[in-house]
Design a protein around this ligand. Structure first.
Ligand SMILES: [Zn+2]
Length: 288
């Protein structure tokens, strides 16, 4: 079973547009970014891109306290169109007035099955106690949580809030909680490997790396994961609309081309197959 554990849909609102403008300004980017963003808003585009996968985790999470409700509603509306294939992860922020109530609403009224959290955008490291009520309810309701980990392009967001080693404390305090560190916490892929090794319910996804950071973060991250024997804790994900499952699968299967003609280690093809086809099904306990 192929599961894409990391896909986004966008909502056309002021906050999204402000983020987009900032992104373009910082990166000096042009209209193709508008296209990617517009693509991310279009449910048909998402649905078509997910054709090669059996299940897709999708979120519409933004870190801003006043918008969780609308975004979760928006997400749930899309997920309800394809409930057999789409797995909706709601979003909450510890600064909103009652995040625990919103998590309950996500599950009980909207049928969402997990949470996407952004500590770096909340400007709180993941092991800050303000997150604990959210972790507690997620553990109680058996909701997997996926956290953005690793770097971020916006200059005002503190990188100290995005360090994978801080998940150690979270996993110690909430041992039953299924936690996924997004993007292999690039560039701190070695830290990600050692922390996921310690905790049975802590995983990492490899989304967003194969195109832009194929050697420094993806290949190196796979090597660390191989040496620490946690390749089976790595989950397939695309970060759609940034990349698609078709592209990502192809690039993953070609990962060893970076070390062709050298004595550097190869990532075994079977381990890559398992990342694409097996690991997420097991981590998220999805039936056949
Ligand atoms: Zn993402």
């Amino acid at each position: 079973m192929i599961v894409d554990v990391h896909t986004h849909i966008e909502k056309d609102d002021d906050q999204s547009r402000r983020d987009l403008d900032e992104f373009k300004k910082i990166r000096g980017l042009g209209p193709d970014v508008d296209e990617t963003w517009a693509c991310g808003m279009n449910w048909d585009n998402h649905w078509q891109a997910m054709a090669p996968v059996d299940k897709a985790v999708v979120f519409c999470a933004r870190p801003y306290p006043d918008s969780s409700t609308q975004r979760n509603d928006h997400l749930a509306e899309y997920v309800s169109l394809h409930p057999d294939k789409l797995i909706g992860f709601g979003g909450v922020n510890p600064w909103e007035s009652d995040p625990v109530a919103e998590v309950r609403r996500c599950v009980e009224q909207l049928g969402l099955c997990g949470l996407k959290l952004l500590p770096i955008c909340a400007e709180l490291p993941p092991n800050h106690r303000k997150w604990n009520p959210i972790y507690q309810i997620a553990q109680e309701l058996k909701l997997p949580i996926l956290l953005h980990m690793g770097t971020h392009f916006l200059p005002n967001l503190p990188l100290k809030c995005s360090q994978p080693l801080d998940l150690d404390e979270v996993a110690i305090n909430f041992p039953e909680l299924t936690i996924i560190a997004a993007h292999l916490a690039h560039p701190w892929v070695a830290d990600a490997a050692v922390v996921i090794r310690k905790h049975p319910n802590l995983y990492a996804d490899i989304s967003g790396l194969s195109e832009f950071r194929p050697y420094g973060s993806l290949y190196q991250g796979l090597v660390y994961a191989m040496e620490y024997d946690v390749l089976d804790k790595l989950l397939f994900g695309t970060d759609w609309p940034l990349t698609t499952p078709t592209e990502e699968i192809q690039r993953l299967r070609e990962i060893n081309r970076y070390v062709e003609g050298t004595n550097l280690p190869r990532i075994p093809a079977e381990a890559i197959d398992d990342i694409i086809e097996k690991n997420a099904q097991r981590a998220l306990q999805l039936g056949e």
